[in-house]
Write a protein that binds this ligand. Structure first.
Ligand SMILES: *Cc1c(COP(=O)(O)O)cnc(C)c1O
Length: 353
């Protein structure tokens, strides 16, 4: 029992999203891009900050220039775009716009990105969890169908490719998604789009009940700036705009994204290198005793080690200098620089011998 009687009792058991800030370790736990900005662009932003951004003024509340730039990059119309303080903010706005006030539940196939359940619970929205296939991590379509029959599901949350397991949606899963009725919102979280190169965007026009989420926190190297965006039906976008906080994006973050998009080729130039590094890790990890690794379409790998508790393994690995994330019954390892990856392998080898 809590002494603060004014608090909603359903919030007392919630845990906050735990993210570690290690002092001196290889940070392979949060799926960030391992390198800071390409040469020269931080100076450009600094200069803009110094000479072009009045700190005493509110930032552009309508994200006008930002939406134009994002729309051009994504291949959409600015009216289809809403920009959030990270895509996390957009997840919350989507839940507010659909389920709040006892209007429905969300369907979350687990393991997946934990913020869906955390944000829903913070809003008092029931979460219906369905286990993915334990081998392939594909959706259990029969169980999903049963959940739809048993619960007032209003939102289906799908991450493509999924975190932490790295698998993209299959043809069979897409066929099922196509059958979802118009009164259900389908969130298609494409946080790793730049790595997977797969998007539902071409099909969006036929499905006013689908919404795509993307972020600048991963491939674009802008995690510090907290910017994500939704692409969806203009009417849904208008609602998202009307319920968000008016000045949700600091001016410097808006400009950071503008610079990154103006120079997208340079910001994304190292993606092939990262994919090669992922392949190297994917080959090397199973050579260690008891290690099983799953194929990934993103910038991380999901692995399990026979007979090892993931939480303990995370602690041991971190003690040796590599931060990873224990989640979904396994370990999620972000692909880092070649040196970080080699150290991660070497440390795991040390732990397992
Ligand atoms: C990282 C991540 C996000 C959150 O991105 P932000 O824009 O930094 O809030 C959303 N969904 C998935 C699946 C992610 O991995």
């Amino acid at each position: 029992m809590c002494a603060l009687q004014y608090l909603r009792p359903d919030l007392l058991h919630l845990k906050s999203y735990d993210a570690v800030l290690p002092l001196a370790a290889d940070k392979l736990d949060a799926n960030e891009f391992p390198l800071d900005w390409p040469e020269g662009f931080k100076q450009k932003l600094s200069l803009l900050w110094e000479k072009g951004i009045p700190s005493n003024r509110y930032p552009d509340a309508n994200h006008h220039g930002l939406k134009q730039a994002i729309a051009a990059y994504a291949g959409a119309d600015p009216a289809q775009i809403s920009v959030g303080n990270g895509s996390d903010e957009l997840i919350r706005s989507l839940l507010i716009a659909t389920c709040l006030g006892g209007r429905g539940s969300i369907l979350v196939p687990e393991p997946t990105f934990s913020m869906y359940a955390i944000l829903a619970e913070s809003l008092g929205i029931p979460v219906v969890r369905v286990a993915r296939d334990s081998e392939s991590f594909a959706l259990n379509l029969q169980a999903c169908g049963q959940a739809l029959a048993d619960h007032p599901i209003r939102v289906v949350c799908l991450v493509d490719p999924n975190s932490p397991t790295g698998n993209g949606l299959s043809a069979a899963e897409w066929a099922w998604i196509e059958t979802l009725p118009p009164q259900i919102l389908v969130i298609l979280d494409e946080a790793y789009f730049e790595f997977s190169q797969h998007t539902a965007l071409p099909k969006l026009a036929d499905h006013p009940n689908w919404v795509i989420l993307r972020t600048f926190s991963k491939a674009f190297r802008l995690a510090a700036h907290r910017v994500g965006y939704a692409i969806g039906h203009p009417q849904l976008i208008q609602v998202l705009e009307s319920i968000r906080l008016p000045y949700n994006l600091p001016a410097i973050s808006q400009w950071a994204v503008q610079i990154a998009l103006e120079h997208a080729e340079e910001f994304l130039a190292d993606l092939p290198l990262l994919r090669r590094q992922r392949d190297i890790l994917e080959q090397a990890l199973p050579e260690l005793p008891g290690v099983r690794v799953w194929p990934s379409q993103a910038n991380f790998l999901y692995l399990r080690v026979e007979g090892r508790d993931p939480q303990q393994l995370q602690r041991d690995w971190q003690d040796l200098g590599t931060c990873v994330r224990a989640t979904g019954g396994g370990i999620r390892l972000t692909v880092g620089t070649p040196e970080e990856n080699q150290r991660a392998l070497e440390r795991l080898r040390q732990l397992l011998h």
